[in-house]
Unconditional design. Sequence first.
Length: 660
Amino acid sequence: KFTEAEADLAPLANSSLYPEEVAELSAKISAGREKAGVLRVRKQIALARRLAYKDDFDEAEAMLNMQDANGPCKAEIRETRELLNLRRIKRSSRAVGKQVTEIRRAIKRGELNAADVLLDALESSNTAAPQVTALRLELQAAQDGKALSIAQQATVNQALSEVEERLILPPTYGKTIVISPNLDPLEMPVGSMEDLINKKVSIELDNAGVKELVQVLSEVDGLNIIADDALEAEKTLTINVKQVPLKEILSYIARNMGVAFHMGENIVWVTESTEEPGSGPQLETRVFQLRHGFVPALKPKKKQGEEGGEGDASQDTDLEDSLDAFLADSPEGASYRVFKTRNVLIVKDSRENLRLVEELVRTFDKPPLQVSIEARFLTISEDDLLDVGAEFSAGPDDIPTIGEDAESMTQITALLSSLGAITEGNEAGIGGATFDGVIGNRAYNLIISAIKRRDSTKNLSAPQVTLLNGQTARMRRGNTTLYYSELDTVAGDGGDTTGDSSVQTAFTGDPEELETGVTLDVKVNIGNNGETILLGLLPEIIELTRWRSFNVVAEGGSSNNNNSDDSTGTNAPGTIELPETSDMSVQTAVAVKSGQTVTLGGLVTTTVQKTVSKVPILGDIPLIGFFFRHTNEKNVPQHLIIFVTATVIDSDGSFVQVAK
């Protein structure tokens, strides 16, 4: 109780009695007070430490702030404050670590939006900048990976969808449609006057002129007729008819009175038959939308050395040719124009001629039929061809695949006979290049199967092409060789000391092309019945047999080096190699039904077959082995057989079957 002690000591301090004792007691009171203050501060410090360990950082901080930082316990206060900061950092680190773990778990689970929210909260605390940067990079990588995964999955799904779509056969696959040969015409509506002139009327007139005729005709129910005032009135006509079509009466009047009747939409106009320009029939303009368009022209490739030429451009001009032919007598001012890029025909002409154009358009503007041409080029040796003939000549009992189809057997026998595989008495013989016949689908499959079973058979190619009616296609398998056929002289550097130039030869001009191999030209024409196909066939085989050398002299000119005005012509020898070819071809025209196959044979080539016979072991000994082996060369004929199958299809690829 330092205050009470000081109060009790105060009276003694004011007196002079016991000064030493008073001073000693005063010192003890001061020392005790200081010691008690220190104990109190230490007690507060200890309490602040306990609060720090309990993570009550704010309360501990407030308790330390009440102490004198410069007092006797300043060292202990500093240590306690450091402990408080350390505990605060540890607690913050534990919280940050927990948040970091939570964010990483969210990223791992794919909850990227939740991880982004947690990371924003951690970033706003400004307590874990390094961890935030690392987590931000991890989150960005996860987001990029997820976007890439989504894009990859979309690509995979699209690819799988495309695969599934390609596995689905189109609805027209193997489909056969039945067509009607007639199409709904594109007709101009019939005018009232056109319909009226077919009406039957009765007329009685005696020596009537033009005005009287017009007056009587105007009394016909519904007929509107006008006449030019300039018509001659001298001519008269007597008419006495009953129930005759008005068209015939007008035609009779026109021939006998020198007039012309022109049909309009609502009136009939009477003029002189020898009218001047501008006084003829009224011209009308009509636009025809062509539904099926025109076949475009395709210029063939111009070969080297050719001067040009269009070749078989196959331009579709049938409609234009018919318009030129049948509208040649159209009135003055009439015209037409075809816009092929728009498939539009615009005609300006009289109503009567427009009716004719309608009929022409109806005839020519029909759905274009097409022909699918499938060609198969096979080569087979002569011996194997004879074996095929022997196999089929044995009869149906030995060939179980034929069954009861006698017609197919007949077709096969006839075909093999024409090829030379079967002759009278069942003896084989090989003929020349011939057209061998038409076979059905079943016979085609049987003979192809028999030929392909032979070892010497080679399937050179099996091209397939679709042609519009009336078009030509070329199918070719072979090589193109370039060669020069022209020489010229050029001046070269001389090797002597006189300064003269030597003259040399060099190839000039463009190289020429030599196409070798097998070529098949096919031209098709479909009959109006939609079933008969006329085929023009031209198969050709061109083989390069050898190169022949020719010594030629190239003419040229050169001048000397003396600057003379005179020049001398110089001829230089040279050598040109030109190809020598072997050509074989068959040209024929044949009519087949849709789906039938035309066979072309008799094209024979010869190959050299080498056979080595030797004594075993001894024939393989170096140097002396040739004494024990023998090489035999044999010319083996190879027959080229071409099968051409023609099938009528429509514009969407469906097979066409004509209704009976």
